[in-house]
Design a protein around this ligand. Structure first.
Ligand SMILES: Cc1cc2nc3c(=O)[nH]c(=O)nc-3n(C[C@H](O)[C@H](O)[C@H](O)COP(=O)(O)OP(=O)(O)OC[C@H]3O[C@@H](n4cnc5c(N)ncnc54)[C@H](O)[C@@H]3O)c2cc1C
Length: 805
């Protein structure tokens, strides 16, 4: 075994091996994978091998699709000799109207990723799967690309490919220690010697938490038990012909696939979910480990599966497999840099790793080598979690994800497991006022206010809170609204070099004088968007930064990484500072009751900040907001937030001040054509493509400048556009495919209803030919083509007058 390598990967399951191959193929040949047992001896060997493609997550769909292409190509590659691929196709049954909506949304989204997918009728399912009883199905989403692979063969195939590319695998060799040198290298201590590596990747499956801790960090990861059973052989099945399509439903809550002449059935139980190893991490000695069969736990589902597949009713059970799966709190894998460590990466936490492995490896390798992947990595970044994601939180969330695996989540659904993790001091008060919360980086953020006790009837169509949200929007546009935005991330950057540092970090010019506010994106070296911040200059040497809630850990890491030896202090104030936005044409009148400060436009202009007293409470008042109205963000010490809220409500009664939430904010920002970080501003796009060129100052040096200049010169082939969609009972929400005729020309990045302009609005990422005002294309919304027209400017207040009055 070599003693030096560019990268050491820990773990020889499907994920680690896939990354090994992807790195070597992309040109990092000096890579070693270290595995304590044999390849596949963790969770990989016992998997059911299903590779689906039906998911409501765009990023996950990209990952699946890459895996499927890899398996399919390998099967057809004579040099690789991979016989473990079964092209069966797969369908997800819809047994309720809601599930039908979900299926239609998934079909539209899959088309935007580029694979064959579509809705099929019950009769078509019956033709494809004559043994299934699908009389309860209203339809299904189907893709011919869904397939299955033999997990062990798949893993060995990827290992063979990696070795052919020059990568090395060291088996029966446990990593026993990890130490970072002062030069940012890693000393990877193994049973067979120490390897000095530039990068280390944690792909240790259920052991990944142990490895993280070995390196001095932590991840929210738990292992849960999952079982499938295989029936005895069935006379009705032909092992030599084409396989039956894989079926999924929410009744058994699982999957049914043909395994030779048997059926393999795996239920995702709705309750009684069991932690593997009693909730602890596996012992190092664990290898090819299975747990005792627990058919009693899944008895109900076994009986239900007989209703779905009556022909198995008399078949015995040949095999039961009860194994461990790593789970994260949101069910997505962890792919990206570890917080607080240099050159240490996680690529783990996949609970469907056979399907995700090759795709994870591919996009992770892109990120490691080029600094960015082609897909939006935000939903996979390990730093999307913070210290709030304790073991207890991770476990509750993971169990919740598991129990809903087979039950499609509707748009907007926000389940209570593990919550609340982070609350502001007005959480209870807002609850009393009807707040219905969503979770944002652990924080409880009001999403809408139920004034009459109604609960949301989740739907992809306009639903029973459509008018409620509309009223919140109108309150902001016509009177004054108040929202708790304390969940946003907040930092203070100060020191002698603060201005030079921030100038280097920000793509836009810095606010020049104390009290000025500016909006800026911060970029990766590749020129693509890493984050977006509102920056207030406090003094010559200090800045106040506000960014998205999900950005907290990532932004802190970015700032720390780029600080170098500059004289700069970075303080994370996210939990110390609360913030209320008070916006609307009467916001000035309302605040005038509470402060002696001169709020007139002449004295307090748009994009300026003043430190003032409101109701006797010192606040940083920022005349800025994300809803496009006259208004202020009041940033205040968290322990005074409740007093401030109470005072604003009291004074606001005269103006019928209304609470509003994130749904309304989204509607209002769409009307103003404000881009959304994580949607229109992602690591997939540079600022030229994103249509944010006016926020770039190329006369100065900043991170990503060279790539931005290059992007300015090169003709980009696709751009973000803002459009109106001709639909009245639903909206484009994000991920839907945009088409001209049969050709997919782009996708929706975010959308919703503009309640005050009475229009369905969306941002779309489309081919250049359609990136001009007046261009038209169709958006597949819930199975119907809806005409979208590119707009020249914001649907509301195009001249930007409301914010400046
Ligand atoms: C019953 C069941 C059915 C499943 N069905 C499917 C399915 O149909 N489709 C699907 O996609 N997924 C399925 N899965 C999930 C799938 O098995 C996992 O998601 C996947 O195997 C995870 O792969 P991995 O590479 O992350 O982890 P692992 O395969 O566990 O690999 C991690 C490796 O790291 C090694 N390691 C740990 N610590 C060290 C150390 N200190 N030094 C060296 N090496 C170390 C371990 O030995 C192990 O080999 C199923 C799981 C179960 C239990």
């Amino acid at each position: 075994m070599r003693d030096q390598a560019k990268v050491v990967i820990i773990g020889g399951g499907i994920v680690g091996v896939s990354l090994l191959y992807a790195l070597a193929r992309e040109g990092w040949k000096d890579v070693v994978l270290v595995e304590k047992g044999e390849l596949t001896s963790g969770s990989t060997w016992h998997a059911a091998g299903i590779v689906p493609v039906l998911t409501p997550s765009l990023g996950v769909a990209h990952i699946y699709w890459h895996s499927i292409k890899t398996y399919r190509q390998s099967h057809h590659d004579p040099e690789i000799d991979f016989n473990g691929w079964r092209a069966s196709g797969g369908a997800r049954l819809a047994v309720t109207e809601r599930e039908l909506q979900w299926c239609r949304h998934v079909a539209s989204m899959g088309a935007s990723v580029g694979f064959d997918i579509g809705m099929v009728s019950r009769e078509e399912v019956e033709q494809m799967h004559p043994h299934a009883n699908v009389t309860d199905a209203l339809g299904a989403v189907y893709s011919p690309h869904c397939c299955s692979v033999d997990p062990a063969m798949a893993c060995h195939m990827m290992a063979k490919r990696a070795r052919l590319e020059g990568a090395e695998i060291s088996l029966r060799n446990r990593v026993i220690g990890l130490t970072q040198t002062s030069g940012d290298e890693w000393l990877v201590e193994t049973e067979k010697g120490t390897i000095r590596a530039q990068h280390v990747v944690n792909s240790a499956g259920c052991y990944a938490k142990k490895i993280a801790r070995m390196a001095g960090t932590d991840i929210p990861l738990v292992s849960l038990k999952h079982q499938y059973f295989v029936t005895d052989e069935l006379a009705e099945l032909d092992a030599s012909g084409p396989e039956l399509p894989i079926l999924r439903d929410s009744i058994v809550g699982g999957y049914y696939r043909q395994e030779q002449k048997s059926m393999l059935i795996g239920p995702w139980e709705f309750d009684n979910i069991d932690a593997a190893w009693g909730g602890a991490a596996p012992q190092w000695g664990s290898e090819n480990e299975l747990f005792t069969d627990d058919l009693q736990r899944i008895e109900h589902y076994v009986l239900k599966s007989m209703e779905r597949l009556p022909f198995i009713a008399n078949a015995g059970v040949k095999t039961v497999v009860n194994g461990a799966i790593p789970f994260t709190p949101d069910g997505n894998p962890l792919m990206g840099p570890a917080y607080g460590l240099r050159n240490f990466w996680h690529c783990c936490g996949s609970n469907i790793g056979i399907a995700q492995g090759p795709g994870m490896g591919h996009f992770m390798a892109q990120q490691m080598i080029y600094g960015d992947a082609e897909i939006n990595m935000l939903e996979f970044d390990p730093r999307r979690f913070g210290t709030y994601a304790t073991e207890d939180y991770a476990f509750k969330k993971a169990v919740d994800v598991y129990s809903h695996y087979a039950r499609p989540a509707m748009h907007g659904e926000s389940r209570p497991a593990g919550r609340p993790a982070r609350v502001t001091p007005i959480y209870r008060e807002q609850q009393k006022r009807g707040a219905i919360f969503m979770e944002a980086h652990g924080w409880e953020r009001p999403r809408w206010f139920s004034l009459d006790g109604r609960t949301e009837d989740y739907s992809y169509h306009h639903n029973n809170i459509f008018d409620v949200v509309g009223n919140e929007c109108r309150a902001v546009r016509e009177r004054v609204g108040i929202m708790d935005i304390s969940s946003f991330s907040k930092f203070e950057v100060s020191g002698v070099d603060a201005a030079a540092f921030m100038d280097r970090v920000c793509a836009n010019k810095l606010p020049a004088s104390p009290g000025r506010i500016g909006l800026t994106q911060i970029l990766n070296e590749s020129g693509r968007v890493f984050s977006e911040m509102t920056i207030t200059r406090l003094t010559e040497y200090a800045f106040y930064l506000i960014s998205g809630a999900l950005a907290e850990v990532r932004d802190q890491a970015y700032l720390a990484r780029h600080r170098g030896d500059m004289d700069v202090t970075i303080k994370n104030l996210s939990s110390d500072m609360g913030a209320l936005v008070i916006a609307g044409p009467r916001s000035r009148d309302l605040l005038a009751h509470l402060t002696l400060a001169d709020l007139t436009n002449a004295s307090f202009k748009w994009l300026t900040m003043q430190e003032i007293d409101v109701a006797g409470i010192p606040v940083r008042a920022l005349r800025v907001n994300y809803v496009g109205e006259l208004g202020w963000e009041l940033h205040v010490a968290m322990d005074r937030l409740a007093d401030l809220y109470a005072a604003v409500l009291e004074a606001g009664a005269a103006y019928s001040v209304a609470d509003f939430g994130a749904y309304a904010m989204n509607s209002l920002r769409l009307e103003k054509a404000y881009h959304g970080w994580g949607h229109e501003l992602t690591n997939e796009l540079n600022l030229i493509q994103a249509g944010m060129e006016r926020f770039v100052d190329t006369s100065k040096s900043f991170i990503g400048l060279d790539a931005t200049l290059k992007a300015q010169q090169d003709a980009c082939d696709s751009r973000i556009v803002y459009c109106e969609v001709d639909i009245d009972d639903a909206d484009a929400l994000g991920g839907e495919s945009c088409r001209v005729g049969e050709k997919v020309i782009g996708l929706i990045t975010s959308g919703g209803y503009g309640h005050c302009v009475g229009k369905a609005l969306a941002f779309a990422w489309v081919e250049n030919d359609y990136a001009h005002p007046g261009a038209q294309f169709d958006v597949d919304i819930l199975g119907r083509d809806q005409r979208a027209t590119v707009l020249a400017g914001p649907a509301y207040d195009a001249l930007n007058e409301a914010v400046k009055i």
